[in-house]
Design a protein around this ligand. Structure first.
Ligand code: AMP
Ligand code: MG
Length: 440
């Protein structure tokens, strides 16, 4: 559960011009949610972890380089190190240099280069003090203790790495708010850091609602469906790297719903429910959520995923303590739940985790087909990026787009976004696309 100064939803929504919960623009919903997730991010505690355990976690402090990486000027190729002055002094097309010795990677002492000579050097070995260029070994002819090479084969400063060119002593190597990726673990290791400060993990609790739902392992009488939302939500949360609590299926019963929400709110930063918010069903859900929280009931101008609940819930609403859980009541349809998660929940969780890289990246890709759509709502179509006849990427729908059709979502690797005011898209038009891979 998260702590914050008391900001009411009424206050936030009243600051938004044209706020209309009955037909909420996607961008407005995202803006309201962001206001709350930003507040929570400021109050996270910090823990120290061994760097391998910190993969996927959010860095809580800038990491300042305590050393130069690399720590010396060194060779980037196996070859011969020399001073580039010989390239300008020598008028000949062929350069000849005496080989004064050999330097292997890991050799400790600095070696002075003798005038007009060179050193055989291995990749990573420390450059002799006044050498600045390496000619790769494949470009030289070796005879006795001399080498010859064409002067056109190398330019001054080729094939040497400078001290501190990767990380410079005293400068930030990684900035707070970064989600640690494999390269970052390597970077921390290259600084010799065994541990790193990260924000604590968020705890996210979720459950499904619906009398018609059965869980895996139960028999499936006529009229029932297996609960798939708890598995898609699990998968999407797992990729973000939060602590996950699955409360199972809660029947459409106000008392059971209230108990589930109250128990989740005791220890969760975020609660995600699915189902029970569509017209006709919403009334008892609404009553319960209002009773225990500060919530908005939205009809979002989007497809799939129109009905949605957003707000805060407390274990004891009367106290309205500064500790609360953020509540996302998502629609029940299997694709609607995934789309609303990607559009509203994922960024919010990343922001709450303290990440400053929480924004989803939308890229523009050519459309392989034409679309028609109603203006005044944002539509998300399941699609796949393929190659067109010129071998450049284009995007094509994966099949039936009904909000319960999970198979076309399974086949998809992205969502095409048809924005609020878009009406027609022609073949070859650029459309914004949200790619699933990378939504870690
Ligand atoms: P609701 O939003 O509760 O009205 O549900 C809309 C549709 O989604 C209904 O057809 C439900 O059976 C289906 N549905 C709701 N929750 C789930 C779930 N957890 N898994 C699979 N389908 C669901
Ligand atoms: Mg339902």
């Amino acid at each position: 559960m998260s702590s914050s100064v008391l900001v009411s939803l009424d206050h936030v929504t009243s600051c938004l011009s044209g706020y209309d919960p009955e037909s909420l623009r996607v961008d407005d919903g995202r803006e309201i949610i962001k206001t709350f997730s930003r507040i929570i991010a400021k109050n996270l505690t910090i823990e120290k972890l061994p760097i391998r355990d910190a993969l996927g976690r959010v860095l809580a402090q800038d990491v300042i380089s305590t050393i130069n990486v690399p720590s010396h000027n060194n060779a980037a190729m196996d070859g011969y190190a020399f001073n580039s002055k010989v390239l300008s002094f020598e008028k000949n097309k062929i350069i000849e240099l005496k080989v004064s010795g050999q330097i292997l990677a890991g050799n400790k002492k600095n070696i002075d280069q003798l005038d007009g000579s060179c050193f055989q050097i291995m990749t990573g070995a420390i450059m002799p003090t006044n050498c600045d260029t390496v000619i790769p070994q494949e470009f030289v002819e070796v005879s006795e203790n001399k080498i010859q090479f064409l002067r056109s084969a190398v330019k001054p400063f080729d094939n040497r790495r400078l001290k501190g060119e990767d990380l410079q002593l005293g400068t930030p190597a990684l900035k707070s708010g970064k989600i640690l990726k494999p390269a970052d673990l390597g970077l921390l290791a290259s600084l010799g850091m065994p541990e790193v400060d990260v924000f604590r993990k968020l705890r996210v609790t979720f459950f499904s609602t619906g009398d018609e739902l059965k869980s895996i392992g139960e028999s499936l009488p006529e009229g029932y469906v297996y609960d798939s939302n708890r598995y898609t939500i699990f998968g999407m949360l797992k990729r973000i790297g939060v602590e996950i609590v699955d409360l199972g299926v809660i029947p459409d019963d106000p008392v059971l719903l209230e108990n589930a929400l109250l128990s989740a709110s005791v220890s969760s930063d975020v609660i995600i429910t699915s189902g029970g918010v569509s017209v006709g069903e919403a009334d008892h859900t609404k009553a319960v959520m209002k009773k225990i929280g500060d919530v908005c009931f939205w009809k979002v101008a989007m497809r799939p995923g129109r009905p949605m609940v957003f707000g805060k819930v407390w274990p004891d609403k009367d106290k309205q303590s500064e500790f609360f859980s953020l509540l996302f009541g998502l629609p029940g349809n299997p694709v609607a739940v995934m789309v609303t998660f990607y559009i509203f929940v994922r960024e919010a969780i990343l922001q709450m985790m303290g990440s400053n890289e929480y924004k989803s990246q939308f890229i523009l890709v050519e459309s392989a087909q034409s679309f028609k759509k109603k203006p005044g709502r944002t539509e998300y179509r399941r699609a796949k990026i393929i190659q067109n006849s010129n071998n450049s990427p284009c995007v094509k729908l994966t099949g039936s787009q009904g909000s319960g059709i999970l198979s076309s979502m399974s086949e998809a690797d992205c969502l095409v976004i048809l924005e609020h005011d878009t009406v027609n898209v022609k073949i070859g038009d650029l459309v914004p696309v949200l790619i699933f891979d990378g939504l870690i």
